[in-house]
Ligand binder design. Structure first.
Ligand code: HEC
Ligand code: HEC
Length: 297
């Protein structure tokens, strides 16, 4: 390995270490000859020490209320959007309150997820941002899966939007045609029925009679992003409060939106098996099924 490379490696490690600024300065002062003498041990967790639950201080909890306003405003950043909104708000909160390794990870990682991944209308990006954070923290597979299922299922049935920002974003001020005031918000709410961006956005826009790229849509999705970010923070807190080893998470039971179907369409079947936990009826209804099909209650 060349002297240059090993020096760069040392600097990288020094920046990661606790008290990185001071260590960095001393490496610079020593010049290239420092390569043989400086073997600063990495004293804090680094991003590769995954998952990160192990690095959270005992009794650590997020503040769900504190992630809402940043999530809402991050939505409006250039190249922002719903996934960036929820992901960056949660990650910056974790970095500020729990430190390493969250403060060593890019808060911009979620920008790809806007509009159901690059505008494709797949999973709602605010959910995707939240799932990425849950995945970074929760080590136990059973609990992790339960939390992810619970988040998706909650979203299908929740009324959005419900957050009213402390300060309306400059990008939005004076542009919406609908009344997003706290008093009127309930009149703008719909239940997405599906975790898909497409169903969530198209259903809401159709109900409100607005375009899917206009200021009203942005106002709706930015507030929804705050709602989802806070829900994720609450769920992580519930998980962290578990006293069992490994920690457990009690997901709400899969309800009639899919369990009436899965009784006859289990994934173990070889005729019309279904490998899905999502609510079925937004896409399949009595009307869309053949007349021979058992009537769905
Ligand atoms: C009582 C058992 C039963 C329940 C409950 C049930 N199904 Fe079915 N389903 C069947 C059978 C049997 C078939 C194949 C025969 C048919 O198509 O009529 C079928 C076929 C289907 C098909 C294929 C239809 C086609 O075009 O050929 C779809 C889609 C489907 N079910 C969706 C659902 C959904 C969604 C639910 C719940 C909302 C559901 N099923 C609940 C028994 C059931
Ligand atoms: C986002 C929309 C969507 C949701 C939600 C959804 N499906 Fe489907 N489903 C489809 C599409 C699209 C197909 C493939 C096209 C087709 O065959 O109708 C399909 C196919 C099926 C089939 C096979 C149909 C056949 O022709 O034999 C069954 C059975 C089925 N779905 C049941 C379910 C059940 C049960 C659920 C809930 C757990 C569910 N679906 C949720 C969209 C959806």
């Amino acid at each position: 390995m060349s002297k240059n490379l090993s020096r760069r490696e040392i600097i990288t490690r020094a920046v990661y270490a606790v008290g990185g600024a001071a260590t960095f300065a001393s490496v610079q002062a020593c010049g290239s000859s420092a390569a043989t003498t400086t073997t600063t041990p990495t004293t804090g967790p680094t991003p590769k020490d995954f998952p990160y639950e192990q690095h959270l201080p005992a009794g650590y909890r997020l503040d769900p209320a504190a992630v809402k306003e940043p999530a809402y405003h991050a939505y409006y950043e250039a190249d922002g959007g719903c996934c960036h909104g929820s992901y960056s708000a949660l990650m910056k909160h974790l970095a500020a309150t729990a430190g390493a390794p969250f403060d060593q990870l890019p808060a911009d990682f979620g920008r790809f997820g806007a509009g159901g991944i690059a505008g494709y209308g797949s999973i709602c990006g605010s959910l995707l941002g939240g799932l990425l954070v849950i995945n970074q923290i929760v080590s136990d597979k059973t609990a992790r899966n339960a939390m992810m299922t619970d988040l998706l299922r909650w979203y299908e049935g929740a009324s959005f939007p419900s957050y009213t920002p402390a300060t309306v974003d400059a990008a939005e001020t004076g542009k919406t045609t609908l009344d997003f005031s706290a008093a009127n918000l309930v009149n703008l709410q719909t239940t997405p029925g599906s975790h898909l961006c497409h169903a969530s956005v198209s259903g809401w826009c159709a109900a409100r009679g607005v375009a899917a790229n206009g200021p009203d849509k942005l106002a709706r999705c930015s507030r929804l992003t705050a709602d989802v970010a806070a829900k994720v923070a609450e769920m992580i807190n519930t998980y962290l409060a578990s006293t069992t080893t490994p920690k457990t998470y009690a997901a709400a039971a899969i309800d009639s939106r899919s369990n009436t179907c899965l009784g006859c369409h289990p994934k173990t079947s070889t005729t019309r098996p279904v490998a899905s936990g999502m609510a079925c009826t937004p896409c399949h209804s009595n009307q869309s099924l053949p007349s021979t099909h058992p009537v769905i209650p």
